[in-house]
Design a protein around this ligand. Structure first.
Ligand SMILES: Nc1nc2c(ncn2[C@@H]2O[C@H](COP(=O)(O)OP(=O)(O)OP(=O)(O)O)[C@@H](O)[C@H]2O)c(=O)[nH]1
Ligand SMILES: [Mg+2]
Length: 618
């Protein structure tokens, strides 16, 4: 038995999915969180039911990758039952997709989620009338408080039905459906898709193309626009029959301030800077505590114990990796994700995207890349994956460049751990400023030199919500767990390898060859080149291995503050990490991945050399 969770973006599908399957997935308060398909099995009356969380889409006949993917799954009858999740607080907007799903004639139920928000906004929905009109069972839920969730699967298994409501299209379209249906035996939905050039039946497609051309000449607009208009009309009519709205108080609350350029941009800058300061301060407090404890109880006794040199090297590499990971990176990673998770859950992230969009436009940049870029602050990997949602190839290309420059949490660890701790908080903020300016310049440059079309953007701003502690912790935990189970073991292994390479003198060779650039141009100690290389594995490892190579967590013993600053700047800009390169390759192709890697290496080196030159000379 297979069930698919389908619906618009940001309606709560993933949250419902994790409730039903017990699988922790990313749930956040902005559209486009889910880009990959995830399935889980839940047992109902000892019967295994496979549930699939689909990416949110606005339409079933669009051309974005998500839309195509979901459409293919639906038309190929991959699911026995569709559970369509709708946002009860914005039902009319969601009915468009609902009517399309109905047309596919798959057994389904409608889950009207966010009942709590609808109620708060004085919206009440007559579920009985809704169900009677459409012919499918309707259930009202509120996923955040668990309301009615246990009823979803039983309802889907026992009562799912093929709806009987039909959008009545323009008479030319209805005539085409009849004619083509008669000639080819195709059903209503196949004809509708064929009229838009979608499908596999060549004969039907040919016939449909001829008729579509006539219709388009008659109406002076593409068939898809005619269909969309008819569906919107039907959605509005349907919503009038099932929704009653209590008179609302006209006040959009804090959004009056948050979404205006003034004072919105100031508030945004304030929020982002306080976020960073908080990460710097809380992180370095714990960092100091853990690092000192480690030095006192493990590193010092180890140095004093008098082991055989090779054994000592191995033990030392092992423990210093743990110190670097748990002591240095972890406090920052933890604080960062916790705070970020709070900001996300309130819905403020989307407001940042909205504002940034307006600023970007002024610079001739396009705003569609904004959501992925904001996501990139956490990790570039999902951000690059989210590029898929962007409309045109040109925009995707530009976004790929810009996203890989966005300082992710790992780079924040480097900036916080090296610059904020040893150089100063303002110096740390200045690195963000430099990166920000470089991103803007790169964006302006790319938007001038790349050709191709630019799409308009519809940015949905979800409602502000009080973050729920459970959700914030779960999401932060998903990222932190990833750090502990993937990054830590990697760090320990790399550290031991480094120790051995150092012990047998191999590092000296690498450092010998990179010395002219490292020492000569960047003014850095030669061992920094090894750290930069390890930083490609995971960004924060640049910092952690620096500690390993320096042999102490107190980096000022071996480097000057200028060197630390340059190192942090170069390693943040220098090449995306290997995982980001891998998804860039998967999503954008080899050429773009290579180009971005080379570009960022050059950018990092040039920026570092400039800073070195300017400060040495002055
Ligand atoms: N108030 C309220 N918020 C909800 C409810 N269900 C989900 N949310 C919130 O809505 C936001 C979106 O939830 P997701 O589960 O990520 O939505 P999705 O449909 O998977 O979104 P995409 O992956 O972008 O398609 C999150 O902030 C949830 O906490 C609900 O019933 N009531
Ligand atoms: Mg989702």
């Amino acid at each position: 038995m297979k069930i698919g969770l389908i619906g618009n973006p940001n309606v709560g599908k993933s949250l419902i999915f994790s409730h039903l399957t017990g699988i922790g997935v990313e749930v956040s308060n902005y559209p486009g969180t889910t880009v990959d398909i995830l399935s889980g099995v839940s047992c109902i009356n000892r019967l295994p039911v496979e549930i699939t969380d689909l990416p949110g889409i606005y339409s079933l006949d669009g051309e974005s990758d998500e839309e195509r993917l979901v459409r293919d799954l639906v038309t190929s009858r991959s699911f026995d039952v569709l559970v369509m999740v709708l946002d009860a607080a914005h039902l009319e907007r969601n009915l468009y997709l609902f009517l399309q799903v109905l047309e596919h004639q798959v057994p389904m139920i409608a889950v009207l989620n966010m009942a709590d928000e609808a109620e708060e906004q004085g919206i009440s929905i007559n579920t009985q009338a809704f169900s009677d009109i459409c012919g499918v069972p309707v259930l009202l839920t509120a996923a955040t408080i668990g309301k009615n969730l246990p009823e979803i699967i039983p309802l889907a298994l026992e009562k799912a039905a093929i709806g009987h409501f039909q959008v009545s299209y323009d008479r030319h379209i209805e005539a085409a459906i009849r004619t083509l249906g008669r000639l080819s035996g195709a059903d209503r939905i196949s004809v509708l898709l064929a009229l838009q050039g979608i499908g596999t039946d060549v004969l039907l497609l040919e016939g449909a193309a001829t008729i579509a051309k006539e219709i388009e000449e008659e109406h002076q607009m593409p068939v898809s626009r005619i269909l969309a208009g008819n569906r919107h009309h039907a959605a509005t009519e349907l919503s009038k029959q099932v929704i009653t709205r209590a008179p609302v108080k006209e006040s959009r609350g804090p959004d009056r301030w948050l979404l205006r350029p003034f004072p919105g941009v100031l508030i945004m800058a304030g929020v982002l800077i306080s976020l960073l300061l908080c990460v710097f301060m809380v992180g370095s407090f714990f960092e100091e505590l853990i690092v000192e404890g480690f030095d006192l109880f493990i590193i010092e006794p180890l140095k004093a114990a008098g082991f055989d040199p090779l054994v000592y090297e191995l033990l030392f590499s092992f423990f210093i990796a743990i110190q670097a990971g748990l002591g240095i990176a972890f406090p920052f990673v933890f604080t960062f994700y916790l705070l970020m998770s709070v900001v996300e859950d309130t819905g403020y992230m989307s407001r940042i995207a909205f504002l940034a969009d307006r600023i970007m436009h002024r610079f001739g940049l396009h705003g569609q890349a904004i959501i992925p870029m904001v996501l990139g602050l956490g990790c570039n990997v999902p951000a690059v994956m989210a590029i898929r949602q962007i409309g045109t190839k040109r925009e995707r290309y530009i976004a790929a460049f810009l996203i890989t420059m966005v300082p992710c949490s790992a780079r924040t660890v480097i900036i916080a751990g090296i610059v904020a701790v040893f150089v100063g908080i303002y110096a740390a903020l200045s690195i963000y400023l430099i990166i920000f300016v470089l991103i803007l310049l790169t964006g302006i440059f790319l938007s001038r030199v790349t050709t191709g079309s630019q799409l308009g953007m519809v940015l949905e701003v979800p409602p502000l919500r009080i973050p729920s502690p459970g959700m914030v912790l779960t999401r932060a935990w998903i990222h932190i767990r990833e750090f502990l189970v993937i990054a830590m073991p990697l760090l320990i292994v790399s550290s031991v390898i480094l120790g051995l390479l150092g012990f047998y003198g191999i590092l000296d060779v690498i450092e010998l060859y990179t010395a002219p650039v490292m020492e000569g141009l960047l003014g850095l100690p030669t061992f920094a080149s090894t750290s930069l290389l390890f930083g490609i594995l995971r960004k924060e490892m640049a910092f952690e291995t620096l500690v390993v190579l320096a042999g102490t967590a107190n980096l000022t013993e071996v480097m000057t503050t200028l060197q630390l600053y340059i190192f942090a700047l170069v390693s943040t800009l220098f090449v995306p990490c290997i995982s980001t390169i891998a998804v860039l390759y998967r999503e954008q192709g080899l050429k773009t991945a290579v180009l971005i890697s080379i570009y960022t290496v050059l950018l990092g080196l040039v920026a570092g050399i400039l800073i070195n030159y300017v400060f040495r000379v002055m």
